[in-house]
Write a protein that binds this ligand. Structure first.
Ligand code: ADP
Length: 514
């Protein structure tokens, strides 16, 4: 590999490929930790929502306690009516009680029958939790009214108790309420407001894990990962989930998007890398072809010049006496001059094409005439070199609009190549034909042929087949077929080439009839 190409590859590798790979590895590696960060953020957010619902429940029950305190501390004699009104207007509450520090129930609305099963379980509960209740007093002395909750035996009802001081005596106020109704009736509006259309918030009875409330009755509850117990209803918990996508789905789809993005960036960079590489390679190849071209052409010009000056010198000395010899020398000088002008013409033609200055003069022509003219000029050459040739022109070929000089150049170039690239089997066939849309010239030889790989490049400028040095043995500039292609394109024509290594080549030149 060329040194420049090697260093280009190295530079591209260091400045594009390596950073791309390092970037991708780093990004893919950090995706997992990003996922965890996102998941934590989401979970914290959901936790905050659950916290706010819990806070709201506590605020509601606190406001009940305030109202109760107000009623019980009033100086009015008949508190029963006010307490009944409290129960009536407080959704989910069913009983209000007051008991003293000896666990004696001193007030109950509605009245409590002490030997009823509720009365007995109430008494048991107070005795059992004596120390907890005493603590409430301590809190109250410290200026904080703590709410304590208990679950009543044999019922789903719940008791919320708080200490209360009246005329220097410590009492306990208690409200019996139903948590399921509390959640469904009291908390529901608040939960709806928080959940809106985005979240599904549900409540569960912990023991059986059964759903006792859902903010959206239509929504199919999935596996709820985000759950918190109610502070004041320890047997119940509150769950939340995203309605449209779970956090896992959300994080997964984000990661997938990130991966696709990394893929696209990598692909873009590698594509860029490949394009730069291809471009550099092409330029290097072209500059190599150009330098080969200079040496080929110098060689091609030097040979006829050397021959011409040698024969002229010999003739000048006047030593050649035989008239035939003199004639032969003149013929050689003439042929070499022709060759020289052919080369110069080719270069001029090419430079005109390259600079876009080539102008074609179109006129109605029968291409049979051009073909026969060229064959005539090649006749001597072909015979001298031992070629057998055959011309087969279609008699009814219609006249077409072409630049006769340019088409002459095309045929010369192709016959010239057929001669140059034929080894033992020296046979050339030139024919013309036509169909509805095209008039065509077919030139075939039985020469060395062109491999499929090389076939793609033979029309490239300066391109010469270097395989096994076959073409190198023949002189050339690599411009002939480039000129042919340009002329054919300018005529709106096409070139089809069929070739087989060792068997020969067929060039079919198609000119549009219109
Ligand atoms: P050159 O001056 O090298 O002949 P051309 O552009 O005319 O340049 O042709 C390009 C290459 O195509 C040649 O170098 C040769 O290898 C190949 N080629 C063209 N015509 C023939 C043919 N008839 N048979 C075999 N190879 C051919």
């Amino acid at each position: 590999m060329n040194r420049t190409l090697k260093s280009t590859i190295l530079i591209l590798f260091v400045i594009i490929f390596l950073p791309t790979i390092i970037f991708s590895i780093y990004e893919i590696g950090s995706l997992r930790s990003n996922e965890q960060v996102i998941e934590t953020i989401y979970n914290n957010q959901l936790d905050a929502i659950l916290y706010s619902v819990n806070q709201y429940s506590e605020d509601v029950i606190s406001s009940w306690a305030n109202r109760l305190e107000l009623i019980l501390s009033s100086k009015k004699n008949n508190k029963t009516e006010a307490l009944l009104d409290f129960i009536y207007t407080t959704s989910s509450a069913s009983k209000v009680m007051q008991f003293n520090s000896d666990n004696q129930i001193v007030l109950s609305v509605p009245t409590l029958i002490s030997n009823s099963s509720f009365g007995k379980s109430m008494q048991e509960l107070l005795i059992e939790n004596d120390s907890v209740l005493k603590n409430l007093n301590t809190y109250l002395q410290g200026g904080y009214r703590k709410l304590e909750t208990f679950t009543l035996n044999d019922t789903t009802d719940q008791l919320v108790v708080f200490a209360f001081q009246q005329d220097n005596t410590f009492l306990y106020n208690a409200i019996v309420f139903n948590p399921v109704r509390f959640i469904n009736e009291v908390l529901d509006p608040k939960i709806q407001e928080i959940a809106q259309n985005e979240f599904a918030i549900s409540a569960f009875f912990e023991e059986s894990d059964s759903i006792i409330y859902s903010s959206d009755k239509q929504f199919q509850i999935r596996e709820v990962n985000q759950k918190k117990r109610f502070w004041l209803m320890p047997h119940y918990s509150l769950g939340i989930e995203l309605k449209n996508e779970t956090i896992n789905d959300l994080v997964k789809s984000r990661s997938e998007k990130d991966l696709i993005l990394i893929g696209i960036v990598d692909f873009g960079l590698i594509l860029g890398l490949w394009l730069i590489f291809r471009n550099v390679k092409k330029h290097l190849e072209l500059s190599q072809l150009k330098s080969d071209f200079v040496s080929n052409v110098s060689h091609e010009i030097r040979t006829p010049l050397a021959l011409i000056s040698m024969y002229i010198e010999t003739l000048e000395l006047g030593r050649i006496e035989s008239k035939e010899k003199v004639k032969e020398y003149y013929t050689i000088i003439f042929q070499e001059t022709q060759r020289l002008s052919g080369i110069v013409n080719k270069i001029l033609n090419f430079s005109q094409i390259e600079s876009g200055k080539k102008v074609y003069k179109f006129s109605l022509v029968n291409i049979n005439d051009i073909v026969l003219d060229v064959v005539k000029t090649f006749k001597h050459n072909l015979e001298v070199q031992g070629f057998k040739y055959k011309t087969n022109c279609s008699a009814k070929l219609p006249e077409i609009q072409v630049d006769a000089d340019a088409v002459t150049d095309v045929i010369i170039n192709i016959i010239d190549n057929a001669i140059k690239y034929s080894m033992d089997k020296k046979y050339i066939e030139i024919s013309t034909a036509f169909d509805k849309s095209w008039a065509y010239i077919i030139i075939s030889d039985k020469g060395i042929g062109i491999s499929e790989k090389e076939l793609k490049h033979i029309f490239d400028k300066f391109y010469r087949v270097t395989e096994k040095n076959l073409a190198l043995k023949a002189k050339g500039s690599g411009l002939g077929l480039t000129i042919v292609k340009h002329i054919m394109d300018s005529h709106g024509g096409k070139i089809e080439v069929k070739s087989k290594k060792g068997e020969g080549t067929i060039f079919k030149l198609l000119f549009p009839i219109q």
